[in-house]
Design a protein around this ligand. Structure first.
Ligand SMILES: NC(=O)c1ccc[n+]([C@@H]2O[C@H](COP(=O)([O-])OP(=O)(O)OC[C@H]3O[C@@H](n4cnc5c(N)ncnc54)[C@H](OP(=O)(O)O)[C@@H]3O)[C@@H](O)[C@H]2O)c1
Length: 267
């Protein structure tokens, strides 16, 4: 399979490196199109693939074209891509908030798959929600699904609007997690630990607790109960969280992200 990646920043390269790691593409068959001169030079030095700075007729060789520029940069490449794209080529967009119908219209092209990954894809531990235009056949869909799975796990959604919820939950999710970690580290510092000790205590706690979620064969409520004994210290913290409506605030925040994703996809 030949693959072109337009926009080789964080996510584009997370995808490229995962494909190479699992031998899903050869370096010579990976066309990296990157506008930024600095990034382009770095990619050439890394020898990750064939690096060019603009879309040209060369892209016509690719079976799959991945669009991983920022959504606001999509307009800068529409014309060049519309002129070069071949009818059998499949487009995989990971740009947040740009609907399949818009991509189809701007590129005058039917075979479009849309995905929402997240940054742990850089370590092969991502989760990606994806959906496809009805014109994409099962063969092409499976091929793209196999590629996405090299970056972690994936979930196919029939309903494109649910990608806004994926964006809010798992796309933005890593930032919520970092936010919680940061607050816990801050609590540690306020109680007298230096930054590195507070970070170690919190990060190892998050890692261990995450593995218990997956391995302890207990519900989240039971896991909480196993730590929070009646009248104890954890209960004191949880009581304060409840008073501050922390869970409701988190849920409301995630829904605000979904609303914003929907707004962006309509603009
Ligand atoms: N980061 C996330 O957590 C995340 C999660 C899910 C989805 N996404 C989506 O993934 C996409 C990429 O995000 P990112 O974080 O990887 O962005 P990024 O690191 O900024 O990478 C985008 C790259 O594309 C380059 N570029 C812009 N216009 C171009 C063009 N016409 N031709 C070739 N290259 C071009 C940019 O160069 P310049 O810097 O010079 O503009 C930049 O190097 C976004 O659409 C985003 O919505 C991101």
């Amino acid at each position: 399979m030949k693959i072109a990646i337009v926009g080789c920043g964080n996510m584009g390269m997370a995808f490229a490196k995962s494909f190479l790691q699992y031998d899903l593409v050869k370096k010579d068959d990976l066309l990296l199109i990157e506008k930024s001169a600095d990034r382009s030079e770095a990619l050439k030095a890394e020898k990750t693939g064939v690096v060019v700075d603009t879309i040209s007729a060369r892209i016509s060789d690719s079976d799959l074209i991945i669009l991983s520029v920022k959504p606001q940069d999509f307009s800068s490449l529409q014309e060049a891509l519309r002129e070069t794209i071949q009818p059998q080529q499949v487009v995989l967009s990971i740009m947040a908030g740009i609907p399949i119908a818009t991509i189809q219209e701007k590129l005058n092209h039917r075979l479009v798959i849309r995905a929402m990954p997240n940054t742990p894809a850089m370590l092969g531990m991502g989760i990606t929600g994806f959906t496809a235009a009805k014109e994409v056949d099962l063969n092409n869909l499976r091929k793209v699904e196999n590629l996405i799975n090299a970056t972690g796990r994936s979930i196919f959604l029939e309903d494109e609007t649910m990608l806004d919820a994926v964006t809010a939950l798992s796309g933005s999710g890593p930032a919520y997690f970092y936010y919680l970690v940061k607050a816990m580290v801050e609590a540690g510092k306020q109680m007298g630990f230096d930054d590195s000790v507070a970070s170690l205590l919190v990060k190892q706690t998050m890692l261990g607790a995450f593995h218990l979620i997956n391995n302890a064969d207990k519900s989240l409520d039971d896991l909480i109960k196993a730590v929070a004994s009646k009248g104890g210290t954890t209960e004191a913290a949880l009581k304060r969280f409840e008073e501050g409506e922390l869970a409701d605030t988190l849920i409301a925040g995630i829904k605000a992200a979904q609303t914003r994703a929907t707004e962006l996809s309509k603009s």
